[in-house]
Design a protein around this ligand. Structure first.
Ligand code: SF4
Length: 249
């Protein structure tokens, strides 16, 4: 586990490492760059997960299943919000269903923690979970949506049985006005950051704010992003928005 500066969680836990680019939201994937750095530092877990193309690190599609990390949540005595697989996607096609079952067992053994799982493959999440694995009250399931080309992910998310369903609109790179948040409990919104950051239009944020109001979903504004994300800050409508889902929903 690692403590993290990600505003909506306390820590990250990576039982899986490695991924493949899935859609436009992946173009400047932080995990892809970080995996290359960690490999260069000699970490075995990240060996072969990326290769250099045109001076940039790209995923190879190879996945590392970190069996040794499965018992780690039991070693944390203090309850935490835990972002699962910040360096991968638990529902990548190369992650076997049997390994997802092991991750589930680990989360079931540690009900003091709240686990937040975010995927760009909610269709596979539905296939693996529904009817096969129990709904755990301490596990929140979410999908990432960057623009209206991938709004279908919201429909897949609505089909998954979960204590909390959430969506991360980060990096938000286009309008999502044709979407809705019915039966989704929480929305995180954020602009892209880093040297190649694509701009965030405040109207797109307004659209999601309105969708949250309509659906009764909690609204979390993470950041405006940009080349200097600290300077751009996270003030929206003259305040910060750190709402979390109401667990009775
Ligand atoms: S799905 Fe997530 S981890 Fe995988 S390439 Fe896209 S942004 Fe990166």
């Amino acid at each position: 586990m690692a403590d993290t500066s990600i505003e909506w969680t306390d820590a990250t836990w990576n039982p899986v490492a490695g991924c493949s680019v899935m859609s436009a939201g992946c173009t400047n994937c932080y995990a892809m760059r970080m995996a290359a750095r960690l490999e260069a530092m000699g970490l075995e877990k990240y060996r072969g997960l990326t290769r250099k193309t045109g001076g940039r690190a790209k995923w190879t599609g190879q996945i590392y299943l970190d069996e040794a990390s499965l018992n780690v949540p039991e070693t944390w005595s203090k309850p935490r919000n835990v972002f699962v697989n910040s360096m991968s996607d638990l529902f990548h096609p190369n992650v076997p269903g049997s390994f997802v079952e092991k991750v589930w067992a680990s989360m079931a053994r540690t009900p003091r923690h709240t686990f937040q799982i975010l995927t760009k493959r909610p269709d596979r999440m539905v296939d693996i979970l529904n009817g096969n694995l129990p709904v755990l009250p301490n596990v929140w399931l979410g999908t990432s949506v960057e623009d209206d080309r991938v709004l279908g992910r919201l429909d897949d998310l609505r089909n998954v049985r979960a204590a909390v369903r959430f969506v991360s609109f980060e990096p938000l790179i286009g309008s999502v006005t044709r979407g809705n948040l019915k039966n989704i409990h929480w929305a995180i919104v954020g602009g892209e950051s880093g040297p190649n950051a694509r701009p965030l239009n405040s109207h797109w944020v307004d659209e999601i704010f309105g969708m949250c109001e309509d659906a009764g979903a909690a609204f979390f504004f993470k950041q405006w992003g940009g080349k200097n994300k600290k300077a751009a800050g996270r003030i929206y409508r003259e305040r910060t928005w750190d709402e979390m889902p109401a667990l009775s929903m």
